[in-house]
Design a protein around this ligand. Sequence first.
Ligand code: HSE
Length: 402
Amino acid sequence: MVNVAILGYGTVGSGVFKIINDNNSHIARRAGDDIKVKYVLDLRDFPGDPVEEVLVHDVDVIMEDEEVSVVVEVMGGVEPAYTFVKRALMAGKSACTSNKELVAKHGAELLEIAKDNNVNFFFEASVGGGIPIIRPLIECLTVDHVEEIQGIMNGTTNYILTKMEDEGADFDTVLKDAQDKGYAERNPEADIEGYDACRKIAILSSLAYEKQVDFEDIYTEGITKITTVDFDYMKKIGASIKLLGLARKEVGIAYSMVAPFVIFQDNPLYNVKDVFNAILIKGDMLGDVMFYGKGAGSLPTASAVVSDVVDAVKRTGNTAMVYWKNEKRILGSVDAFTTPYFVRVKGTGIESEIQDKFGEVQFIEGDPSLGETAFITKVLSGSEYNDAAASFDVVSRIRVSK
Ligand code: HSE
């Protein structure tokens, strides 16, 4: 019998409790041992809920119980999650988490502590919710050099962009609708400004580059400046706009960023709509591989967390090899990152000035009443773009996926 403690009985924690109870015999067969939730830690009480039987309010009860061998951390936020997970690992308990803030900030250190204590620290659900992406990166794509990762890693913003595209509704209206439906938080900043996707691409970049990529170093741009007019242009060129978390290696330099990108139909991310997530990885041997599914929600996320618990049980006494050194990875500057740009500038009849500054461009016909000119540039570095754009009154500019 393996005893598990769940830290936090919120959306994900209650999903973990349900899955371990509902699929118990199936999970036992896969893990090779019975798994039981011995404790659930939460500050709140849940009168009438079956969790009452195992609910505790004091974390010491869990940490001091030698019968607990796996701790599931699903509280979110860096503290007290970090203190609790570190303590669990040092007490010889494996830890499984869905907490992207915790993993992005302390992942490398917690992996080291797990190794020193001959236990495991797993975090499958921290990126892409229920989509298997961490384990494939660590265990399956071991042969390839990862050349690029492009991911739609935030369901809220993908839902908003899909509605803007399909219904022609403006950003504020769609955001309000998403909040009313419970897809977007009342305080949506972490999603719409790209901070949530930034933590997720920090984790994937660290695994791809094998060193700590600090999320504070990642250039991050949200979706608040995207308008329905941008989508009108996209319809003309058969493209869409998606918020991407991106990691790319180019001539030995590693770049990571979060920004809206124009995506054409030949990119498999083009068809990823609504709250779905997808992560496209380019390996130097394998080529493209894409992982698609539900990036949030109680049961999808909890499914990934419990799969970590099963893995931790199967690997008792054996720490999984994860290449993520606790050493800082320096990233290339956004000024050196090369990409084409979709640009709208004020003024008409200025095609030759545009070509003079930007070089060869592809013009896109727009609504004449807007009094603007839209075009897609050739591949430019960030600083080449800035130099060329300085001569114009730019209405909008969005990077284009190469
Ligand atoms: N707010 C996140 C999203 C939840 O919309 O994808 C999962 O991290």
